[in-house]
Design a protein around this ligand. Structure first.
Ligand SMILES: [Zn+2]
Length: 264
């Protein structure tokens, strides 16, 4: 499995992904925004796009579908709850489904919260793929969680983190749907000012262009992403300044962080 990531220079800062099988030269276009760019990229690689997958229904994750579908005949797959929301969706995926194309094997995780139809794709480690890879759409970003104010629900997002993301191993590589890493690290540091990992990554990525941003592991994210650090004393004590009646539960901390990030 070979992953090509391209930053879209749009206002929302999306990443587009082409996931290819080097044995069969077949590829999956994930969340295409600039369909023509995905077609050009596939041609450069000698790949045929066989499938389009959308993590969710927001326009910046589906806009390139028609161009890619028209040129390749690729079907559009997304979560079953997206049927009727994504034009020309051919298949409704559910949790546990395995998307197979050549040597590519992607397990569907149902991850509602950002929207009720959101899915993530997990490539588990196997003979073709040395480390697990998570395509997280708008559920998990570098140093942040996705927002919940455009059709989403923060309690559901918290449940998704607990049930779907927290169990994944530290070595899992993270491929999010947008690049907000610099801004998110600044937010993380506003919550946890002494976090040396956040400080060190902030310095490392300061002058890095979007297309060259590092691919982080979940283990690294767990050192600085506040939404994965709900037990941090520093985060809890900083939050109590804004939320004097903050509850002790992880859910309370998660929701308070998301509420603050909404206004960041
Ligand atoms: Zn979205």
């Amino acid at each position: 499995m070979k992953i090509l990531r391209r930053y879209m220079f749009n206002r929302l800062g999306n990443f587009n992904y082409l996931i290819g099988c080097e044995q069969t030269q077949q590829a999956i276009a994930l969340d295409p925004l600039d369909g023509q760019q995905m077609l050009d990229l596939a041609e450069q690689q000698g790949w045929q796009i066989k499938l389009i997958i959308n993590t969710h229904e927001h326009h910046d994750h589906i806009e390139g579908n028609p161009v890619v579908a028209a040129a390749t005949g690729a079907e559009i797959w997304a979560h079953k709850n997206a049927l009727g929301k994504i034009p020309n969706q051919a298949r409704g995926l559910v949790a546990g489904d395995i998307v197979e194309l050549g040597s590519i094997r992607l397990k569907v995780l149902y991850t509602p919260g950002h929207t009720p139809v959101h899915l993530c794709l997990l490539a588990e480690a196997d003979e073709h793929n040395p480390v697990p890879v998570l395509f997280s759409g708008d559920t998990l970003f570098n140093a942040c969680a996705g927002n919940c104010f455009n059709g989403g629900d923060v309690d559901t997002m918290y449940d998704t983190f607990v049930s779907q993301l927290n169990p994944l191993p530290d070595e899992t590589l993270l491929h999010p749907g947008h690049d907000y890493m610099k801004n998110n690290l600044a937010f993380a540091l506003s919550r946890e000012p002494g976090n040396s990992d956040a400080l060190s990554w902030q310095a490392k990525v300061k002058n890095v262009e979007h297309d060259d941003m590092p691919v982080m592991t979940l283990g690294q994210e767990r050192t600085y992403n506040p939404f994965l650090r709900l037990h941090s004393d520093a985060i809890r004590s900083t939050l109590k300044q804004e939320f004097p009646h903050l509850g002790e539960g992880d859910r309370d901390v998660f929701k308070a962080l998301r509420a603050l990030r909404d206004k960041w």
